[in-house]
Design a protein around this ligand. Structure first.
Ligand code: IDC
Length: 356
């Protein structure tokens, strides 16, 4: 008996010693603790048929879910760019970076966010800059095609509030891209990021119908994503009166987990009950400002809700801007080949989730 106690004591001593000297990390002692993320920044060669898009092909909406060419539910796990009209967004939208996201982050979808009015956005800038923005979208679409990733083209309304404000410009833009990418099955269209400023669902619907009509002239089946009232939060409202007459329409909700908690998750649950097809094209664990503290426990609740219902999502944003939402540290100066040390806390959390 004494011997056993002595032995146990000795074992504890060795363990404490090992911990103190860093031989065994506390994480290694917790059962099923997630392995720390290690990124090499290296790229892999993957045959197209083995890529996510290569396997799943053109997507369709069935019930509340996205399904692949075989009718099987698929879940998009994506990253959103910051604005491609921003110096903290544009440089990171390149083929090598997207390949890093595919090969080491577990990402299968990339969202190209193009602001319409904020910060010299598409609607308020000159023709030369507009051309650059269109070229940047093209870089993402081509990279996505080569890498077998889905690409969402996002008409990023924000300060313009009401999508109707730039409706004719939106129609001209979507005519251009829907025509250009008519043969590309990996492209999805998001026609109004976040309606706000009290814009009613009825108004958004009227805008959506006019833009959907334009896209459908060139592409009968591409997935079209419609934003919902109050910064894409009121999917419950949209679910009471969805858009009729078109297939493959999805509705977006956004959350910033430190601000948006149970009451917002309840909106999503209501929309699901009402059979609205949902996608979360923007989220982060920080506050709605894109800054402030993280709430990973709220973010985990969102993740379980989305995973349970196979809802696709994109995390805001692939940037090194000094703000909490950025997936890269502000000290990260590289625009591809990201290593472990380049990831922010948010970036590390995301990669751990996506790799699972
Ligand atoms: C934020 C950016 C920030 C920028 C701001 C205004 O992170 O750097 O200064 O926009 O352009 C959204 C918007 C998204 C916001 C993000 C964080 O869709 O454009 O990005 N957010 O505030 N909705 C909720 C949060």
């Amino acid at each position: 008996m004494k011997k056993k106690i002595l032995l146990r004591g000795l074992c504890s001593l060795v363990l404490v010693g090992a911990l103190l000297f860093g031989v065994v990390s506390p994480a290694a002692m917790v059962p099923h603790a997630s392995a720390a993320v290690k990124l090499t920044g290296k790229r892999k060669t993957i045959a197209f048929g083995k890529t996510f898009y290569g396997k799943h092909g053109k997507l369709k909406v069935k019930g509340t879910k996205l399904v692949d060419k075989a009718g099987k539910a698929v879940q998009l796990k994506g990253v959103s760019s910051h604005g491609i009209n921003w110096d903290v967004g544009e440089p990171f939208v390149n083929e090598k970076a997207l390949q890093n996201l595919r090969d080491e982050w577990g990402v299968n979808c990339f969202r190209v966010a193009m602001y319409t009015e904020d910060y010299n956005g598409y609607c308020v800038t000159d023709n030369a800059s507009r051309k650059k923005l269109l070229n940047k979208i093209d870089v993402a679409v081509k990279a996505g095609k080569k890498l077998g990733m889905y690409v969402i083209i996002d008409w990023h309304i924000l300060n313009d509030g009401n999508p109707k404000k730039n409706q004719s410009k939106a129609k001209a833009f979507f005519k251009k891209v829907a025509n250009k990418y008519r043969g590309e099955g990996h492209v999805l269209y998001e026609i109004c990021n976040e309606p706000n400023g009290g814009t009613k669902w009825k108004t958004i619907k009227s805008y959506a119908k006019s833009v959907i009509k334009v896209i459908r002239k060139y592409n009968k089946n591409a997935i079209i994503i419609v934003g919902t009232p109050n910064w894409s939060q009121d999917v419950d409202v949209a679910s009471k009166s969805p858009i009729t007459g078109y297939k493959n329409i999805m509705y977006s909700f956004h959350f910033y987990a430190a601000t948006h908690k149970d009451s917002y998750r309840n909106k999503v649950k209501t929309a699901l009950k009402n059979k609205l097809p949902l996608i979360c094209t923007e989220f982060s664990a920080c506050e709605a400002s894109g800054n402030g503290s993280y709430d990973f426990s709220s973010a985990n609740k969102w993740m379980s809700l989305m995973n349970k219902n196979k809802i696709g999502y994109c995390c805001w944003s692939l940037s090194n801007k000094p703000e909490s939402a950025s997936l890269l540290k502000s000290s990260c100066k590289r625009t591809s080949g990201f290593k472990t040390k380049d990831l922010s806390r948010m970036g590390r959390w995301l990669v751990e989730k996506y790799r699972k």
